[in-house]
Ligand binder design. Structure first.
Ligand SMILES: C[S@@+](CC[C@H](N)C(=O)[O-])C[C@H]1O[C@@H](n2cnc3c(N)ncnc32)[C@H](O)[C@@H]1O
Length: 245
């Protein structure tokens, strides 16, 4: 009786781990999020039950109900795959689900996935670290719910590394202002990639003081820092990047 919390990666099914692909192919039931790419969902056997618990505007399944569902399915002895975008433990609430399952005496297996925090920058040719340019990257949420700890954006501005922001589209103006107040230059490069590695991928670049008015749509990963000026997707762009670096 084991429930597998499986990372589905950013979208492209070629970015699934081999273990994720195997567990999906062997599943009796797959409980999945809204952001899972259709090409990954197509790997679920037709004989398997699919349960979409994705949160969408105007419709969401409370987290407690998702955890209770996983416990119930686990108790039935089915091969349960809980499929989550990116990595289950990177802003995926995988920890909460693992705790609920363990509390109920059900074993949990975590299968890491390629997080959008690294896959999205890579899709746009942005290395999150680069020798001589950035020696650190911080992955941070731009969306905070009541009761959660505040993100100290001004302190982050002083880390002198790359800042990778998930779920930051709605508050991008405030985030940019806070980072500038914390000491980052107004001209600091910013790169945002929407729906990385999917058919809907869109890459945008701007300066930090333009971020608030940039037309960026969710789901997007926003990268702030000198590396955001890089574009290692082509030789021409890479030559420019080498100049920047
Ligand atoms: C709830 S978080 C889940 C993150 C996920 N666990 C991970 O490791 O990638 C959802 C956010 O991840 C980012 N995201 C997920 N998939 C993405 C993609 N394909 N391209 C760009 N950003 C993505 C967006 O910021 C989105 O709002």
């Amino acid at each position: 009786m084991t429930v597998s919390l499986v990372g589905a990666g950013p979208g492209d099914p070629d970015l699934l781990t081999m273990k994720a692909a195997r567990l999906i192919a062997e599943a009796d039931v797959v409980v999945h999020d809204a952001l899972i790419d259709q090409r990954v969902l197509d790997l679920i056997p037709v004989t398997a039950e699919r349960i979409d618990v994705g949160k969408r505007p105007g419709r969401s399944t409370p987290q407690e109900m998702i955890s209770a569902l996983l416990v119930e399915l686990g108790r039935q002895g089915k091969r349960v795959v809980r499929l989550k975008g990116g990595d289950p433990f990177v802003f995926g609430r995988g920890g909460e689900e693992a705790l609920a399952l363990l509390d109920a005496g059900i074993a949990v297996e975590v299968v890491p996935g390629i997080s959008s925090s690294i896959a999205a920058p890579a899709a746009a040719g942005v290395p999150v670290t680069h020798r001589g340019v950035s020696a650190a990257f911080t992955v941070v949420t731009g969306h905070r719910q009541a009761g959660e700890p505040n993100v100290d954006w001004r302190a982050l501005a002083r880390v002198n590394g790359t800042i990778v922001i998930l779920m930051g589209v709605a508050h991008r103006g405030t985030i940019a202002s806070e980072l500038i107040a914390g000491g980052l230059g107004a001209a600091t490069p910013v790169m945002a990639v929407r729906s990385a590695t999917t058919d809907g991928e869109v890459v945008q670049r701007c300066r930090l003081d333009e971020l608030g008015s940039a037309a960026i749509e969710s789901p997007a990963t926003i990268v702030v820092g000198a590396v955001a000026a890089f574009d290692l997707t082509s030789a021409t762009a890479a030559a420019h990047a080498a100049h920047v670096g």
